[in-house]
Design a protein around this ligand. Sequence first.
Ligand code: AP5
Length: 215
Amino acid sequence: MNVILLGPPGAGKGTQSKLLVDERGMTQLSTGDMLREAKTSGTEMGHRVAEVMNRGELVTDEIVIGLIEEKMAAPHGAGFIFDGFPRTLAQADALGALLARHGETLDAVIEMRVDDAALVARITGRFTCGNCGAVYHDQTRPTAKPGVCDVCGSHHFTRRADDTADALRQRLMEYYKKTSPLIGYYYAKGALQSVDGLADIDHVAQAIRKVLDKH
Ligand code: AP5
C-alpha cells in the first residue's frame, strides 16, 4: 500500500507517518528529512539546500525527485508513506511515473485539514530527538520524563532552523501557491480523502486507519 500525507507545515504529517511505520511496517519517505541530511553533508549542494530551506522556500523539483527515486529503488517495507512529497504538480507527475515504473499503485492521498492559527503554535513548540528523530511538542506531546526521549532514552534534542515565525510565513505561502493545487489534482483522480488534522494525535491516527483499512 502506498499513501501520500498531504498538508501544510505542522499539519502532523511526520507524527502520523511514524505511527504508520510502527503499526504497519511501512517505509516513511520524508523529503524534508532527506534534505536535512543533505544539509549536513558539507557539500556545495548541501549548502545551497540549507539556504533555501532556512528561507522557507521549496528546493528544486529535480533534487527532490532524484532523492525519492533513489529511496524507492532501495529495499523497503510494506509500502511507502510519502511525507512532504509531492509538493508541486511536476513532482506529482514524476511520482505517478515512478510508481508505474515499479509496478506500484497509489492507494490513497490523505489531506490533513488544519488552520493557520493552530500551525504557529505547533511549529514553535516542536522539538525532535537528535538521536532517533521522534517528534515532540512542548505542550501537546511532551516527553514522559522531562529531557529524556521516550523512544530511545537520548538526552539530545533539536529544534529546526526553519521553525521561526518568518520562515513559517514563507512556508505557508509556498504551500498555498505550489502544493495546495495537488488537492484538486488528486481529487480529480478519485484518490483524495480528508481527515480533521485539528483533532488530537490519537483521533487523527484513528481517522487515517479508517481510510487505509478500506484498501
Ligand atoms: P518538511 O520537513 O517536509 O516540513 P513541512 O512540510 O513544513 O512539515 P513539517 O515537518 O513542519 O510538519 P509536519 O506536518 O510533519 O508536522 P509534525 O508531525 O512534525 O520540509 C521542510 C523544508 O524542506 C521545506 O520548507 C522545503 O524547503 C524543503 N522540502 C521538503 N520537501 C520538499 C519537496 N517535496 N519539494 C521541495 N522542497 C521540499 O507536527 C508538528 C508539531 O505539532 C509537532 O511538535 C507535533 O508533536 C505536533 N502535533 C502533530 N500532530 C498534532 C495534533 N494532532 N495535535 C496537536 N499537536 C500535534
